[in-house]
Design a protein around this ligand. Sequence first.
Ligand code: ADP
Ligand code: MG
Length: 378
Amino acid sequence: MNREITNSIVITGLRKSYERSPGSDAAYAIDGISFDVPKGQFVTLLGPSGCGKTTTLRCIAGLEHATEGRIEMGGEVVFDAQEKRHIKPEERPIAMVPQSYGIWPHMRVVDNAAFPMRHGRHRRKGPEVRQRALEMLEQVGLAGMADRWATQLSGGQQQRLALARALLGDPEVLLLDEPLSNLDAKLRAKLRQELRSFQEQFGVTSLYVTHDQAEALAMSDTVVVMNKGRVEQIDRPERLYDYPRSSFVADFIGSANLFPVRDASPGRGGAVLAKTDIGPVLCARSAPGQDVQSHNGGFVCVRPEDVEVRPGGTGATPAENEFAAVVESSEFLGDRLELVVRSAGIPITVSTRASLRCHQGMEVLVRLDSTSTSHLAS
Ligand code: ADP
Ligand code: MG
């Protein structure tokens, strides 16, 4: 199907270099990024600080000119480096919620909210503007606060006001750059649920930026994982967690045990037999299209909750994917037990609900469940 019909935003081969500052080794802040934002979906750009998320968002908003590439929005080309096409930010069908909310302190709450209706793409006048703003304020939980000064709102309330204002611009796409990062942890968790339910309620397509993997997993239909200006993987949250394509994604999302692979060969039942420093590991998962023969190297990846532990010591014979290890530390965390065991000098993190009595120095056998163990090419 045509990418333009089902997508609100289509990004193709976007690159951006800033004036290079002395000592900076990265030539591109973003380096050949392509992804789609399907209509009505909540898509998140996730990656560590400095990986190019804000730059991507600012290029989409038209606040930066990309060096190469193309941006389409609602079927229209709003940017094309080659054809030197650049539609002005105010003419793009978007609204941006910046990290700092961008609330005007000299305006009352209702006037902040009504701003895009009075000054935006589709200008309106008269009493219905205030009426519409009041309705929206009520919908985001700010009923009765319309005539306060914007500075009299708490952080969470300012966040909601910024959202109300963005929505009143009637955007095709809402762009949100780390909108919860200035709030404390508890409020952040509450507001992320709220934001998601507003998004569903208004059916507005959203492109969200965060460095917080929990936030990305909890809120998104699709996550675009970025690293050093490039896209590492685009997937649904569950797929990203269960089928990471690289050690970077595995490590950034959740926690992962990663064992370097010295040599890989085809194993039983289509699995990969990977030789690692703890021994040969059978991995049933590998990235689609990955050719085993050509991917010696890479990593075995197993989540802490996919490692089983049982008492070992003399007399215990390791089964397939099972290795003798010694308990190095054991932490009781209420809902689970977190262990670090060492096998052939390599630490392995284990998360278990087993009521196994563990103590430091205890000999155990750890089993890596082959059905949830991956062989990653890089
Ligand atoms: P993120 O939002 O993921 O933290 P940014 O997009 O802000 O990342 O930055 C990506 C890279 O581009 C970083 O290396 C940053 O230092 C650089 N960068 C961002 N803005 C500018 C600028 N105005 N001038 C020069 N370099 C910049
Ligand atoms: Mg940023």
